[in-house]
Write a protein that binds this ligand. Structure first.
Ligand code: SF4
Ligand code: MG
Length: 313
């Protein structure tokens, strides 16, 4: 609620703060239990920072992050530590966070022991169960990270998160580094896990076609601001915000008569350190009017569980 994350821009020998990058600039959204919320936007839109700020991996500048009614920013370090297993982050490439000299089974079991969620004698069984659930086997338990393919590594990343029996998984571009055929397998794994365990996902991706297959709700970010949120089907059928329309017009559709008119955006993504005044999207919006350059559009409820920030809607 009203989440902000500003990064200072330092300059000169004395590292004076000369401005801020408003990576997350006053955004609000909610995810219901068991829902899959897809957060989309171009790279640099602030999606990853939203995920990391929710998990308190980086501090917020302002706003609230409520998890089951508790503001995570009100928790003391020991309370937060106890809640940590319930909220897990999955990265684009889990390889970068795996110790190359630790066997995969031990790497997955480590978190269980760290959080006191299993005794040393139980760990192996628990890890084997989760490896199996993720389409790996006991064969993989004693292997090292470099012996895994990209798709297998992502299965390891998912296994490492799942072994802690989380409620919420924040997955940041989890399939972006994978071949398309492997992407489908991993997306199916995410979906299967959700059905089995009642997981809640915040699924971050620059790729709308990936989000479409998995997510029940979608949020569209641009330059640190939420432009539109709503249920997937409505948002795909009838996008309201010009930026959402432009993103969707670039997604290939299987049925030619549903083909949308291609909306090509003007220019490049503006510098996030110096975003345009008024509606941040006005420099690229094909529908911009004078008011858009001066007045920031409110993020308004427009009914049917949908919200949008545009003067023309
Ligand atoms: Fe485009 Fe104006 Fe709407 Fe912004 S407020 S999206 S510039 S029409
Ligand atoms: Mg990112």
């Amino acid at each position: 609620n009203g989440l902000k994350k500003y990064f200072p821009i330092k300059s000169g020998l004395l590292s004076r703060t000369v401005g801020h990058v408003k990576a997350v600039d006053d955004i609000s959204f909610s995810i219901k239990r068991g829902e899959t919320f897809g957060l989309v936007g171009e790279s640099g839109s602030g999606k990853s920072t939203v995920g990391r700020t929710i998990l308190r991996l980086t501090d917020k500048t302002a706003g609230e992050v409520k998890f089951g009614g508790v503001d995570l920013y009100d928790l003391q370090p020991d309370e937060l530590r106890r809640l940590r297993p319930k909220m897990q982050l999955i990265f684009q490439d889990p390889y970068s966070s795996l110790n190359p000299r630790v066997r995969i089974g031990d790497a997955i079991g480590e978190a269980l022991l760290d959080h006191g969620l299993a005794s040393p004698t139980e760990v192996r069984g628990r890890v084997l169960d989760v490896l199996n659930a993720c389409g790996l086997s006991s064969y993989h338990f004693d292997r090292f990270p470099h012996e895994f393919s990209g798709g297998q590594r992502q299965r390891v990343g998912i296994a490492r998160a799942l072994v802690l029996n989380p409620d919420l998984i924040i997955a940041d571009e989890p399939v972006s580094a994978l071949d398309v055929s492997i992407q489908a397998q991993i997306i199916n794994l995410f979906r299967g896990m959700q059905e089995k365990q009642g997981l809640t996902y915040l699924f971050i991706s620059h790729d709308l076609s990936v989000v479409e297959h998995l997510c029940s709700h979608i949020g569209v970010m641009y330059l640190g601001t939420m432009m539109e949120t709503g249920p997937r089907d409505e948002l795909f059928r009838d996008p309201l915000h010009p930026y959402t329309k432009a993103l969707l017009s670039a997604v290939p559709v299987p049925i030619p008569k549903l083909k949308r008119e291609r909306i090509v955006l003007n220019g490049e993504l503006p510098n996030p350190a110096d975003p345009p005044p008024g509606c941040k999207f006005h420099t690229r919006c094909p529908f911009a009017v004078a008011r858009c350059r001066e007045e920031v559009p409110l993020f308004r409820d427009v009914g049917n569980d949908r919200k949008v920030a545009c003067h023309l809607v």
